[in-house]
Design a binder for this molecule. Structure first.
Ligand code: NAI
Length: 334
């Protein structure tokens, strides 16, 4: 079976070597794009990460594609309808980053609440004054968790360790989970009104696009802090910039931004094709956020710990082998 793994660093390639003779395996550091997909059109199995946008235009160029093993939990970068129509099985890695991403939520939150970035920048310059570095306690504050699945619940567990009160909102509330982790489900509006810190853990989809927009920011407590490690598109980024400018939101910790692959290739902005295909207002809002001192942005790295990446590779190899054995696991194409 011809297998191509995209976005693979050299040290990750070893994991694919373990697949053995059954596969004709090629790994590349490149993401899959419409420009290079022609070089790999004979693949039967592909493995990608989130920087490869797998729309029908790209997937339609494969002659015999049977399986996509995405090395991520989210699968909003893949056109699942096209895959279903074409009989392509898509498998993900559901729980590898549960604690990892939740830990990153608190890395962002504590960095904001203790003004770590400013403090460190100051001491690096030999300035040990503490003026303007006053932060706030997490103890006794209310955390609102939007999406109480695996990562949301891991964040709740950590929050309880800080003695935070927790409110949850989910389209599928589970009272036994609330009881187990000690939080209360409330409607989204109540969560927005009552939370000091709001953290987002819903999947990216058409349904969750701009779940948090102007109306939601208006309902938030004055001075709320927003953390997003889910998907950039869940937050209306232009509305967030407005809420920050008005002081409604006091700070934001963002591991994800809309139009992420594009912001990575800033130079490409100069090309007219990008002006046509991408929302420049959103890109501009991203750039504003990157330069605000009360906003911390990480480059979609919440998942990126030694242990989590090993879990991704192990499960991906297992997903591929189970598919080849006719007994697929972690299938998201239904
Ligand atoms: P999960 O499937 O366990 O939980 C998602 C929860 O969101 C579910 O409880 C679901 O009912 C709820 N939900 C879905 N639509 C909703 C809506 N419209 N309103 C309210 N609740 C809704 O997923 P998990 O493992 O917790 O991951 C969440 C997301 O985190 C992933 O889909 C992915 O996009 C993102 N993620 C980000 C990473 C990073 O490196 N930044 C790494 C891993 C995941």
């Amino acid at each position: 079976m011809k297998l191509i793994a995209f976005e693979v660093e050299s040290w990750e390639a070893d994991a694919f070597e373990t697949l053995g003779d059954r596969y004709d395996c090629l790994t590349t550091r490149d993401p899959m794009r419409s420009e290079n997909v022609g070089d790999y059109a004979d693949a039967e199995i592909i493995s990608t990460f989130i920087n490869s946008k797998l729309g029908a235009d790209v997937l339609g160029q494969f002659d015999d594609l049977k399986m996509i093993a995405t090395r991520s939990t989210g699968f909003d970068h893949i056109d699942l309808d096209h895959c279903r129509e074409q009989g392509i099985t898509v498998c993900n890695v559901p729980t590898y980053g549960t604690n990892t991403v939740a830990e990153h939520v608190f890395a962002l939150l504590l960095a904001l609440s203790h003004k770590i970035e400013h403090a460190v920048n100051r001491t690096r310059k030999g300035d040990f004054s503490s003026r303007g570095l006053q932060g706030f306690d997490l103890h006794g504050k209310t955390l609102g968790v939007i999406g109480t699945g695996d990562i949301g619940c891991a964040a709740i567990r950590i929050a309880r360790g800080f003695d935070m009160n927790v409110l949850g909102y989910d389209v599928k509330p589970d009272e036994s989970t609330a009881e187990k982790f000690g939080f209360e489900y409330v409607p989204l509006e109540r969560l927005l009104e009552r939370s000091d810190v709001i953290t987002i853990h819903v999947p990216g989809s058409e349904k969750t696009r701009h779940l948090i927009g102007g109306g939601q920011f208006d309902r938030m407590k004055e001075g709320a802090v927003v953390i997003n490690t889910a998907r950039g598109e869940v937050v209306d980024i232009q509305a967030l910039v407005r809420a920050l400018a008005e002081g409604r939101v006091a700070g934001a910790g963002l591991d994800v931004l809309p139009e992420e692959p594009v912001i990575r290739e800033e130079a490409e902005l100069l090309r007219s094709v990008y002006e046509r295909e991408h929302d420049l207002d959103t890109l501009l809002a991203n750039h504003v956020l990157l330069h605000l001192t009360n906003v911390i942005v990480t480059p979609h790295s919440a998942f990126n710990t030694r242990e989590a990446v090993q879990r991704i590779l192990d499960t991906t190899v297992e997903n591929i082998e189970r598919f080849a054995d006719g007994d697929p696991q972690n299938v998201v194409t239904g």
